[in-house]
Design a protein around this ligand. Structure first.
Ligand SMILES: Cc1cc2nc3c(=O)[nH]c(=O)nc-3n(C[C@H](O)[C@H](O)[C@H](O)COP(=O)(O)OP(=O)(O)OC[C@H]3O[C@@H](n4cnc5c(N)ncnc54)[C@H](O)[C@@H]3O)c2cc1C
Length: 291
């Protein structure tokens, strides 16, 4: 599934329903430059059901590039479903407050949807659609290993995926290797001092988490995946060689290029990695959720 190749205008947004904010909490530390909030929503649709890895569409007021009077954006569902007020479906999303920098003027404009969402407070409501996107499938074989590579808010669908695996799939024995990328430790979500969701799995023999940061974040340098990945290169390559292993990648699209460079090193050449990745993709063993 590469959600990145589907254009936003291809989504069916006609069926909309109301979501009411139950709470909105900042989950990056106050000292971090980036603001990411976890927003809890009660959904006015009794039969709202989503699968792991899917996103909701948010329809907010504002012009979009097609001159429409609404602005449509997608957000991954970041937790297992619960029941909220009046037994309505309750979901969580995590939203990074985004800004768009005009490449000619250098001026910084607030992103419409993310700022709208980050400014909502409990009791506010807005329209949502979906859920959308092919789900993250659990391998049928309980011994299959999973390699999860997420950066920034791309960690959100993995938070719910890992929770599901360790809570609700007791027969699983395969390893879960989580590679978690962020520009700095302060921008790491669900694994910082404010909220550390993954800490509960550290004592599981099968779970391991590895971090990757940008060496010079204030210079806009990219995340150095090579340290975390190269250090375990041999083992990773071995895991990829097992036909049961699946790799899920989620986050900003630019991470694909960064990962290609590191994996090409493990493969021995760009060409060999290209071939191998195409094979993994075709077999549904390399799955991307990028934006
Ligand atoms: C399948 C899918 C799932 C997504 N899940 C999430 C999610 O769980 N949480 C989330 O915050 N966003 C997520 N996004 C991105 C989200 O849909 C919006 O693109 C984002 O919030 C910016 O929208 P905007 O209207 O505020 O600003 P825009 O004007 O559309 O964009 C502002 C700028 O921010 C950049 N940008 C967009 N998203 C991010 C991001 N997450 N981190 C860093 N820079 C970004 C854009 O490239 C642009 O330069 C997802 C996108 C897709 C396609």
């Amino acid at each position: 599934m590469s959600e990145g190749v589907k254009h936003l205008s291809d989504y069916e947004t006609g069926t909309r329903y109301r979501a009411t904010v139950v709470s909105s909490e900042r989950i990056t530390e106050e000292s971090a430059a980036e603001e990411v909030r976890e927003i809890v929503l009660d959904v006015d649709r009794e039969d709202f059901a989503y699968d792991l890895g899917q996103s909701i569409g948010v329809v907010v007021p504002g012009e979009d590039s097609f001159g429409d009077h609404h602005h449509f954006r997608l957000y991954s569902v970041a937790d297992l479903p619960e029941r909220g007020a009046d037994d309505r479906p309750r979901i969580k999303i995590c939203v990074r407050r985004c800004f768009y920098v005009d490449e000619y003027s250098g001026e910084r404009y607030p992103g419409v949807a993310s700022n709208f969402l980050c400014d909502r407070r409990s009791g506010d409501s807005f329209l949502i659609t979906g859920p959308f996107g092919p789900p993250f499938e659990l391998p049928e074989d309980p011994d299959a290993d999973l390699i999860l590579i997420g950066s920034g808010t791309g960690i959100a669908p993995f938070r719910v995926f890992v929770k599901q695996l360790y809570r609700n799939v007791p027969e699983r024995r395969g390893r879960v290797w989580l590679f978690h990328g962020a520009r700095t430790g302060l921008e790491m979500i669900y694994r910082n001092d404010a909220v550390d969701d993954f800490v509960q799995y550290y004592d599981r023999d099968t779970f391991e988490a590895f971090e990757a940061f940008s060496p010079r974040p204030s210079w806009g340098e990219r995340i150095a995946w090579d340290g975390a990945i190269r250090e375990r290169g041999e083992q990773l390559w071995e895991m990829l060689g097992d036909p049961r292993t699946r790799v899920y990648v989620a986050g900003l699209e630019q991470m694909l290029e960064e990962l290609d460079e590191v994996f090409a090193e493990l493969a021995g050449s760009d060409k060999e990695w290209e071939r191998r990745k195409a094979e993994l993709r075709a077999g549904g063993r390399w799955v991307e959720l990028v934006y």
